[in-house]
Ligand binder design. Structure first.
Ligand SMILES: Cc1cc2nc3c(=O)[nH]c(=O)nc-3n(C[C@H](O)[C@H](O)[C@H](O)COP(=O)(O)OP(=O)(O)OC[C@H]3O[C@@H](n4cnc5c(N)ncnc54)[C@H](O)[C@@H]3O)c2cc1C
Length: 405
């Protein structure tokens, strides 16, 4: 029973998968944990397609009960609709049932001993005496809870994080998605500035007859999704384009600082997201474990100072820093390509056997893009194709440097 008189070890703010993972790990270590979630139902998941790699499902033992299906490959479409198929023999990614996954992860945390208070919106975080004080609106009532440390796992665009003085994620992209009726049974990914400026659109089958169609885009996601659905409908790939949309956002760069006095920020709230694809589940779960390990040490020392918690940022940067930096560099270069150049690169990838080469080199990972990017940058034909792309000097220098490493 959650009580205002209790001094919790850890208050986790946000009951998404990352918050539940932090709570699960720390409750399992014997700490007194409460998770505060503003939604009244944990199954009201974020706008998300739920694609995670096989590596992620293994690392975090994600059971089949929350997986819609496994996927071996995808059909990619260039801006001029040239298809490029990537197909592998073994399953590469799982499509998660996001509401069921959210619920299961919260259940794991509860079984380990964490308490959940749903319908609880955190409005403020203050310093107390040897504690952190959390101001909560719980179903219309103001309550105040205290803990030795707070972990923010509030997802994208949280005003709470903005108010902590840790800086801002610096760059982000918005998305829209809809559930559609379809006969398609292959994942399809569409590129091009007329489809999803700066990013891409997708049609991802979930259960028989249904799919998620969506996109991330630098501009007007609803307008681009409307025209994407109209195209799919005209091509007979979906039954109707007249479907309700959900909206969400993805940070493309991490927060400059992800810790403070009695405070950690983890997951999408911290910008721990793959900049090339917008995938945040796997990296968020990895960082949740790193946060739990750091907190276990600091709670043991009873030292939750800024300096001691800095170890969290050092650890997650050691694991993911290169990925996030290289992914963001590749993203900025991708965004400078016009449709003609994108088509040319598609053609080169197809004719040069690059995909096969990456596969053979074991570098075609769904999660770890830095090696793929370095491999592509080291290809003479790629660098030749890039000559016509207008880029600021700093990007050109980094591109050349990465190509030579
Ligand atoms: C269109 C789209 C498609 C995506 N597709 C994929 C994909 O295929 N694969 C992938 O890996 N990632 C994908 N993502 C990203 C993915 O959804 C997130 O990275 C993931 O949900 C992050 O989990 P989280 O626990 O950090 O945050 P969230 O899942 O967003 O959970 C945050 C929780 O905090 C709660 N909260 C927020 N503020 C407060 C507050 N003040 N008080 C209390 N509670 C609060 C929210 O209600 C929410 O439940 C996609 C994102 C978008 C926008």
């Amino acid at each position: 029973m959650v009580s205002a008189k209790t001094l919790y070890d850890v208050i986790v703010i946000g009951g998404g998968p990352v918050g539940s993972q932090v709570a699960y790990r720390l409750a399992g270590m014997g700490y007194h944990i409460v998770v505060l979630e503003r939604k009244t139902r944990l199954t009201d998941a974020a706008c998300c397609t739920g694609i995670v790699s096989q590596e992620c499902t293994t690392a975090f033992s994600i059971p089949d009960s929350v997986i819609y299906r496994w996927v071996n490959g995808a059909q990619l479409y260039s801006p001029s609709s040239k298809p490029l198929e990537i197909e592998r023999t073994a399953p590469q990614v799982a499509i998660l049932n996001r509401p069921a996954f959210n619920e299961l992860w919260a259940e794991y945390a509860q079984t380990a001993g964490a308490e959940f208070l749903v319908g609880s919106e955190v409005r403020g975080i203050r310093k107390g005496e040897n504690s952190v004080v959390i101001d909560v609106i719980n179903r219309g009532n103001k309550i105040e809870l205290q803990a030795r440390v707070a972990v923010l796992t509030t997802g994208f665009g949280s005003q709470l994080v903005d108010g902590l003085g840790l800086g801002a994620a610096g760059d982000f992209v918005m998305g829209a998605q809809a559930e559609v009726e379809t006969k398609a049974d292959k994942v399809e990914v569409y590129f091009g500035n007329k489809i999803a400026p700066g990013f891409f659109a997708w049609l991802v089958p979930t259960v028989p007859g249904k799919a998620l169609a969506g996109l991330l885009s630098r501009r007007h996601p609803p307008a681009y999704l409307r025209s994407f659905l109209a195209r799919l409908s005209a091509e007979g790939k979906i039954v109707s384009a007249d479907v309700p949309f959900t909206y969400g956002g993805v940070p493309l760069k991490p927060l400059p600082k992800t810790y403070g006095e009695r405070l950690l920020v983890v997951g999408t709230a911290a910008g721990q997201v793959k900049p090339l694809t917008g995938g945040g589940i796997y990296f968020g779960l990895i960082c949740a474990d790193i946060a739990a390990n750091t907190l276990h040490r600091c709670l043991g020392w009873d030292d939750l100072s800024n300096d001691k918690l800095a170890g969290y940022q050092r650890s997650w940067k050691r694991r993911l820093g290169r990925e996030l930096r290289t992914g963001y560099l590749a993203r900025r270069i991708y965004e400078r390509l016009n449709d003609r150049q994108l088509d040319r690169i598609f053609g080169l990838m197809d004719s040069s056997g690059l995909i096969q080469e990456l596969e053979d080199a074991g570098e075609l990972s769904f999660d770890w893009h830095a090696d793929v990017v370095s491999h592509i940058f080291s290809q003479r034909m790629f660098m030749t194709a890039m000559r016509s792309v207008k880029m600021p000097l700093n990007l050109r220098v980094r591109l050349r440097r990465d190509a030579n490493t």
